[in-house]
Structure formats: structure tokens, C-alpha cells
Design a protein around this ligand. Structure first.
Ligand code: NDP
Length: 484
């Protein structure tokens, strides 16, 4: 795909173009804290061009036929796969995450997203109903037209394609915006689409900030639906902008997920997965379990072993094979995490390990690194246990009964996911029923099956992605009644 460009371009109407204003934003490498490339600072006029291109492409794309759409999406997947190393390096440079993660999780999943929805669409069928008095009804599922996809920085290409692939597969044309913090793999995706021969205007990628480029997509009258993943505050703003136009919205928002550990669990497996669910991607995964609730008889043993293993995790160069954790996404995010550590201490908590930046030298000296941190002794109602921190920081709380565990787990405004560790399947089922969450993991974490509904309740979101749910989101159901 050629060398990674220093100046990222928008992908509009099949061409790679700068923002109409000619303005660029700086793109940082979190591991060095230095600017390494530039992205278009797009505005409403760029979005206008993108929507016009998408509208023009819609009739052809929606009518091209399933087999052709299937083949083109599979081709995009193949091209990403063939360039796996370049994509993975770009993702790690942009996010600061270990290359071991971007090359085994982020980019492979982007490939899978295209393949999953390309194949999904050829198996997607609709309902029909025999109706009394000589009639039958069937449901036509038609694409919406031009749709908007807006994604965050934590799993950039992974989440971007999780939206784009089903939107395209169902025959929509897309105007999409990746996070301003992580534009590079979206740019590489533009190139992959050109190489694959995706017709001009079917996918348009507009780079820039949320308030300018993002809001222009959300408010554009021709954009029929918004699929958004990001923070709850931004989700509220998007919902308020989209509601007056009656746009369809799918909002995947923040979380403060509980990880509930009963004394009868498989200790070794639980420990391995709890370490992952706490610190994978620096805790910057919406599904990470940031509140660890441990049944009291196991609490001391858990704490000792968990701290020992947390201390053992290596924070360092994302490109070094030995690094378990890389850098946080931005200086602001690093400052936010630090401020929550101060808050934990003010609220009466004890930092058991971590709590500060590691001392790194050379090119990493100015990078945005933070040690994995464990805090205990905080009440469930304190801000530290209520607010989403989105960093390598977890809190420990003991509990005595199932009822108390449920109360603590549900006692936040979020409801994305929850994890339960126990060998007692009846207890696990009781917990699953009572937990206020869109996803409950029992004796595992992030064991993903893309056919399952994905999303949150309460302030963690509206709607579901994945499987047929997202294919329904990106289509409009039309009932046709035939009398014979
Ligand atoms: P943000 O909400 O800040 O941003 C997400 C995206 O929205 C970015 O592309 C951003 O643009 C854009 N945006 C910001 N403001 C607006 C606006 N007014 N109108 C339209 N678009 C806007 O989230 P982060 O990027 O900081 O991501 C972290 C958050 O994402 C966490 O809360 C995390 O829990 C959540 N998340 C949820 C997931 C889920 O599935 N539920 C999965 C992954 C993350 P830009 O940044 O370019 O300015």
C-alpha cells in the first residue's frame, strides 16, 4: 500500500483529498509525545461534499446485487489482511498500544468484521406471514440511504469497521469519521477501498474533530442514521441533535463494569482473565472490568496474588515484544488518570500498586505512560467507583452475599457489561438475570461471538450492534400485504 503518508487525506467521492480549507491538525505518537503526522481539519463543507458523493452513489450501490457487494467487501478484507503488518504498525503508532495487540486483535478483527458482514448479508432473510382471508404479508428490508458512522480512539479500525461493514453490506452509503486521535488506519482503509475497486462515493471518510466534522455529519439532513461509539456525554449531545430530525441512532457509550468474583471460582483461570479484563489496552476497552468485587473469604488471597501479577506487568515501548502495556492515548487522558488517583486518595482509598508514571528514558521519556494501578478501601458511591476513568486503574471491593454483589454491581449509572466468576451455574444464572448490563460474561471475559447482540443499558447506550441486530438497524422494515 506504499509508505505511510505524513499528510492524511479525506476519502471523498473515491478520491483522497485534503480538507477544503487546507487546514490540518497534528497527530501525535503517544509513546513519544511527539507529532508524527497531520490530518485534515474538516468542516461542514467537507461533510457536505461527502454526503453529496454518498447520495450520488446510493442508487447504484443499493442496486448492485448481494453477490457483488459480498465480493467487494471480501476484497477489502483480503487487502487489509495482505497488509496486516503495515496496518498493525500504524495502529500501534497512533494509539500507543503494544504491537502484539494491534497485530493479533485490532487488525485481524477489522478483517473479520468485513468478512462477517459480507457473508452475513447473503444469509439475511426477512419475515413473511400467512394472513387469514386470503392474504399474506412479507417484510422488505431496505437500506436507509446515507448513514453516518462515528468511532472512538481505543480500538480504532476495529470499531470503525464494526460499523462501516454492516452499513455497506446492507446497501447503504456511508460518511464516516474516525477519532481525531487515531486517523491513520482509517486512511489506510481508504486506500484499501480504492485498491479493491469500491465504487466512488460508497464509503466516504472525513477526518477532523467531533464538534466540527462529527456534528456536521450528525446534523446533515440527508444522513438518515447515526451509529456512534464513544463517551456518554458525547452520546447525549448526538442524541439531542439527531432527535429533532427523527434519525435512527445507535449509541455505544461508556461503562464502569463490575467483575464479580465468588470464592468458589476457578482461581487460576479467573486470575488470568481478571488481569486481562483490568489492563488490556491500558484499561481503555469499554468492556474492561474496572470494579473488582470479591467475595470476602477470597478477598485477601485475591488481593495478594493480583497485586503480585500486576506489579509484574511491563509498561514500555509498544513495539517491544516484552511490553504488556503501552502508552495512554493522549496527555489529557494521562492527566485525567492521574487526577483520579489523587481523587481516590482524597476519598479515603489506598493505592496498593502503581499510581504513577513509570520512569522511561530515550525516545519514550515524554510518552504518556502510566503504571497499572490497584486501589482499595473506597465506598461504592464515591466518584472513583462511579465515574468512567478509562485507564489502567481498577478498584477492589469485598462483598458478603449475592444480594450485596448485585447491589454494588448495579449501583452505577452505567450498564455495559459484567463478569461473574463461580463454579455454581445456578448462582451464575441468578446473577445474570439480575445484573443491569447488556452483556454478562460467566467465567470468561471478552469471549466474543460476532453473532451476539452487543450494547449497553442505562447510560451505556441505546440499541445493539452485532449479528442480525445491526443489519436490522441499517435497514428500514417495510411491510407489504398481498391479497390474492
Ligand atoms: P468521544 O465521545 O470523545 O469521541 C468519540 C467520537 O465522537 C470521536 O470520533 C469524536 O471526535 C466524536 N465526537 C466528539 N464530539 C462529537 C460531537 N459533538 N458530535 C459528533 N461526534 C463527536 O469518546 P472517546 O473517543 O474519548 O472514546 C472513549 C469513550 O468511548 C469511552 O467512554 C468508552 O467507554 C467509549 N467506548 C464505548 C464502547 C462501547 O461499545 N460501548 C466501545 C469503545 C469505547 P474526535 O475525538 O475526533 O474529536
Amino acid at each position: 500500500m506504499g509508505a505511510t503518508d505524513k499528510y492524511i487525506k479525506n476519502y471523498i467521492g473515491g478520491a483522497l483529498v485534503p480538507a477544503l480549507s487546507g487546514n490540518y491538525l497534528e497527530n501525535y505518537n503517544p509513546a513519544t509525545g511527539k507529532v508524527y503526522s497531520y490530518l485534515p481539519d474538516s468542516e461542514a463543507e467537507d461533510v457536505e461534499k461527502a454526503v453529496a458523493a454518498a447520495e450520488e452513489a446510493f442508487a447504484k450501490w443499493s442496486g448492485i446485487g448481494l453477490q457483488k457487494r459480498f465480493r467487494l467487501l471480501m476484497r477489502i478484507a483480503d487487502i487489509i489482511e495482505q497488509n496486516m503488518e503495515e496496518f498493525a504498525k500504524a495502529e500501534s503508532t497512533d494509539t500507543g498500544k503494544p504491537l502484539s495487540m494491534s497485530s493479533t486483535v485490532d487488525i485481524p478483527r477489522a478483517v473479520t468484521n468485513f468478512r462477517f458482514f459480507a457473508t452475513g448479508i447473503v444469509h439475511f432473510s426477512t419475515q413473511s406471514h400467512y394472513t387469514e382471508k386470503e392474504a399474506f404479508n412479507f417484510t422488505l428490508r431496505q437500506p436507509l440511504g446515507v448513514v453516518g458512522c462515528i468511532s472512538p480512539w481505543n480500538l480504532p479500525l476495529y470499531l470503525f469497521t464494526w460499523k462501516i461493514a454492516p452499513a455497506l453490506a446492507t446497501g447503504n452509503c456511508v460518511v464516516a469519521k474516525p477519532s481525531e486521535w487515531t486517523p491513520m488506519t482509517a486512511f489506510l482503509l481508504s486506500k484499501a477501498c480504492i485498491e479493491a475497486g469500491l465504487p466512488a462515493g460508497v464509503l466516504n471518510i472525513v477526518h477532523g474533530t467531533g464538534p466540527k466534522a462529527g456534528e456536521a455529519i450528525v446534523t446533515h439532513p440527508q444522513v438518515k442514521a447515526i451509529s456512534f461509539t464513544g463517551g456518554t456525554k458525547t452520546g447525549k449531545r448526538i442524541a439531542s441533535l439527531a432527535a429533532p430530525e427523527f434519525k435512527k441512532i445507535s449509541l455505544e457509550l461508556g461503562g464502569k463494569n463490575p467483575n464479580i468474583i465468588f470464592a468458589d471460582c476457578d482461581f487460576d483461570q479467573m486470575m488470568v482473565d481478571t488481569l486481562r479484563s483490568s489492563f488490556s489496552n491500558n484499561g481503555q476497552i469499554c468492556l474492561c472490568g474496572s470494579r473488582i468485587l470479591v467475595e470476602r473469604p477470597l478477598y485477601e488471597k485475591f488481593r495478594e496474588e493480583f497485586i503480585k501479577r500486576t506489579r509484574f506487568l511491563k509498561v514500555g515501548d509498544p513495539f517491544a515484544k516484552t511490553s504488556d502495556l503501552g502508552a495512554l492515548i493522549s496527555k489529557q487522558q494521562l492527566e485525567k488518570v492521574k487526577s483520579y488517583i489523587e481523587l481516590a486518595e482524597m476519598e479515603g482509598g489506598t493505592v496498593l500498586c502503581g499510581g504513577k508514571a513509570p520512569e522511561l528514558d530515550g525516545k519514550l521519556a515524554d510518552g504518556w505512560f502510566f503504571k497499572p494501578t490497584v486501589v482499595e478501601g473506597l465506598d461504592n458511591n464515591c466518584r472513583f467507583n462511579q465515574e468512567e476513568i478509562f485507564g489502567p486503574v481498577v478498584s477492589l471491593q469485598p462483598f458478603d452475599t449475592e444480594e450485596e454483589a448485585i447491589q454494588l454491581a448495579n449501583g452505577v449509572r452505567y450498564g455495559l457489561s459484567a463478569t461473574v466468576w463461580t463454579r455454581d451455574i445456578a448462582k451464575a444464572s441468578r446473577m445474570a438475570e439480575k445484573l443491569e448490563a447488556g452483556i454478562v460474561w460467566i467465567n470468561c471475559w471478552m469471549h466474543r461471538d460476532l453473532r451476539t447482540p452487543f450494547g449497553g443499558v442505562k447510560q451505556s447506550g441505546v440499541g445493539r450492534e452485532g449479528g442480525t441486530e445491526v443489519l436490522e438497524f441499517f435497514t428500514e422494515a417495510k411491510n407489504v400485504c398481498i391479497k390474492y
